[in-house]
Design a protein around this ligand. Structure first.
Ligand SMILES: [Zn+2]
Length: 267
């Protein structure tokens, strides 16, 4: 077992030499064995499948649907401006979409490539536009930091072991497809969206910065997460709570991140 782990670690290390990408803003280097060209179309198809499913009710008109689209648009244009001015523009071909889904679930997600959904159950907890920007910024943070691709890459490296090097260069579309369906689920359900704790922290950091760039005060995040914590009793926790050690720890971490985000805050 120890040998196996060591072997896998060596494989990852050797692959990482030429299959790395850098997360904007945090500058973190990450394993990158699957490209946006492979993941984004699969994610977009999965998103479309969810929206068109008979069990999904997309709210297309009204103030709340417009709010989701407006705040999403503000976040997207601020992020794209940041990516352009920091030399990342070529690396991102996002095809943004923002939809409000009728559901009691207190949740939201952003799939790779910029496919965002907000569940109407989140609206009373988000309360304000800034509250919505906190969650949407966080979810978009996962997509900009390519956390799904990173998790898939780690899976690939572990599954393939020594042949991960081959997988990185050869035809791996079948493997990618299998991983996408495994992660996203055939019904568009979001079993996939399980991120690691460090990815959650990174998404928090990116989210605070993105909301600030879009004109929302990052200090609003504290109140939002406190409302979320009060809300979170019983049942499965939403994606953005699931892997955090505790609400108190998260809020303490957010408070440490706010000064950095404030530098980007445009009133
Ligand atoms: Zn998250």
């Amino acid at each position: 077992m120890k040998h196996l782990k060591l072997f896998a670690a060596t494989a990852i290390a050797s692959v990482a030499l030429y299959a790395c990408s850098t997360v904007p803003l945090t500058g973190r280097s990450q394993l990158s064995l699957v490209s946006d060209d492979q993941i984004n179309p699969a994610a977009a198809a999965s998103y479309q499948q969810l929206l068109s499913s008979p069990s999904t009710k997309v709210i297309n008109s009204g103030t709340d649907a417009q709010r989701v689209k407006r705040i999403g648009g503000q976040l997207a244009s601020a992020i794209e401006q940041y990516l352009r001015s920091n030399g990342y523009a070529d690396q991102y071909k996002f095809n943004w979409e923002f939809n409000l889904i009728q559901s009691p679930e207190v949740n939201a997600f952003c799939m790779p490539g910029g496919k965002v959904a907000v569940y109407s159950g989140l609206l009373p907890v988000a309360k304000t536009d800034a509250g919505l920007a906190v969650v949407m910024g966080h979810e978009i943070g996962h997509a900009i930091a390519r956390h799904s691709a990173e998790r898939m890459s780690q899976e690939l490296a572990l599954q393939a072991g020594g042949s991960a090097v081959g997988a990185a260069t050869g035809n791996k579309s079948a493997v990618t497809q299998a991983l996408v369906s495994q992660l996203y689920g055939v019904t568009g359900q979001l079993a996939l969206l399980k991120y690691s704790r460090s990815q959650e922290s990174e998404a928090d950091r990116l989210g605070l910065t993105f909301m600030a760039m879009a004109g929302y005060n990052p200090n609003e995040a504290v109140g939002f997460w406190q409302r979320m914590a009060a809300q979170n009793k019983g049942g499965a926790p939403p994606e953005f709570l699931s892997t955090h050690p505790s609400d108190a720890t998260r809020i303490a971490n957010l408070q440490k991140l706010i000064p950095e985000a404030m530098k980007y805050y445009k009133r």
